[in-house]
Design a binder for this molecule. Sequence first.
Ligand code: ACO
Ligand code: PYR
Length: 524
Amino acid sequence: MQRIEIYDTTLRDGAQGEGVNFSLDDKVLIARRLDEVGVDFIEGGYPLSNPKDAEFFQRIAAEPLANSQVCAFGMTRRRGMTPAEDPGMKSLMDSQAPVITIVGKTSAFHVEEVLRVSEQENIDMIAETIAYFVGEGRRVIYDAEHCFDGLKLNEEYGLKTLKAAADAGAMRIVMCDTNGGTMPEEIARYVNLVAGAVDKPVGIHTHNDCELAVANSLAGVDAGATHVQGTINGFGERCGNADLISVMANLALKKQGYEVLGGAQTDHLTELSRYVYEIANMGYRTSQPFVGASAFAHKGGMHVHAVNRVAHSYEHIPPESVGNERRVLVSELSGRSNILAMATKLNLQEDKELMDRILREVVELENQGYQFEAAEASFALLVQRIAGTFAPHFELVKYHASTESRGGSPLTEATVKLLVDDEVQHRVAEGDGPINALDGALRKALKGRFPALQQMQLVDYKVRVINSEAATAASVRVIIESRDADGETWGTVGVNENIIQASWDALVDSFEYKLAKESRAAGG
Ligand SMILES: CC(=O)SCCNC(=O)CCNC(=O)[C@H](O)C(C)(C)COP(=O)(O)OP(=O)(O)OC[C@H]1O[C@@H](n2cnc3c(N)ncnc32)[C@H](O)[C@@H]1OP(=O)(O)O
Ligand SMILES: CC(=O)C(=O)O
């Protein structure tokens, strides 16, 4: 088994992605999670760049990681000064990080046009910077920026820069496809060349501008790289970096002869991916390979039919091997097998006539604008209504929602009148808008009888106009996502010409789903 080192740069290159912004606490939490997972190196940031990154290293130094080596990132010394005079070097030294990652120029074009120093001065900058940190007892990883572009332009010069870094004591020579424009066969050719030319282990760092970052990382490994740099979920500058989730899953599960994370299981990858999204306060990418919610979601009727018979007929790996789960979606593309899969989940008898009725109803409702893919909870309630097993927990007598403005901020108020166990509950609530006010009034009306409702919250609300060509008669589809205290999320849907009614229907389904869950938990 060839062991492949995993170097995570979510906290540095990942933070260079548009829309990604970590607080100091976020960075520490992610570092600790990556440490638990056992990634080999965690690049914590660029201490010269901002006080938050500098402070990150102080926090980690005070409470060191158990498994991973922490790396501080910086560039080679500035032109015309010694490393000891350069404030960037001082900040790296002050970080106390045991590993210093130094980025330097490989491309003669960048040396001349961007850095504007002589080719020899650039080589001196690389060699002196690395030698300085090695002399101070630090281990150095060298990130060769624009490595592939540089070698293509002037192979002799590019190789000289890499050898200078290796000779100065860098422990890894990492070949960066900084602009993300290199093809896999070029990656393979140059990694092979460099692995034979320098006497240090070679690494690969790729960007996703051609949607090839993961493929290029794997091509680099096959050509001799033993160290892969990337980010969780592929966050990063422009189109992002290689997604380490996919890199690790491919190396551990799909390719032969490689070992990552000390041979540990990969069944925590879905949890790790979602943890980082949560900390970054970003929505999950549903189509993300291996760990996305759609990665093992089956929609086409023929697919579901086959998966019901043999799971791997439409799956390249078992979803559990990466901690993900199989899902069956219900839509107009469904056959009886999709419905059967859901009915089995709900413990309903296999009944061909019932399945056909449900299928007909789904096709009819989708025709009206319903969509159940993101509203599995509404679908589950629909199945129970058709099967005659649905017992509502409350009945609507009436609701009312109004918004009033007298020139200032609008005020919204809602009242709901319900029958709960034959008792009338009539409640009023204010809110930021009509749906928020209706949600508040509904909770007030139900909380005495169903205290568990306090554990759930509405986390997303989406509205879509669905037949806009019909002008004023257009319907709207409302999808509400709710989350329980145990982390379970569920979607519900409502469709109506009136947005308040569509929202009310989705809201009621959400409450009914939670109450049905509570009844099941109580053995009801
Ligand atoms: C490929 C990568 O992702 S590399 C990492 C990129 N990440 C970042 O840039 C994020 C953090 N960066 C920062 O906070 C800032 O850019 C700093 C603090 C590093 C530098 O800020 P400033 O001193 O204001 O410089 P600025 O960002 O405008 O320009 C970069 C300077 O570094 C020089 N430089 C660039 N690369 C190198 C290098 N490898 N070695 C030495 N100097 C370099 C440039 O020539 C320029 O100096 P100049 O203005 O004297 O020509
Ligand atoms: C070092 C780095 O982030 C790059 O070259 O892309």
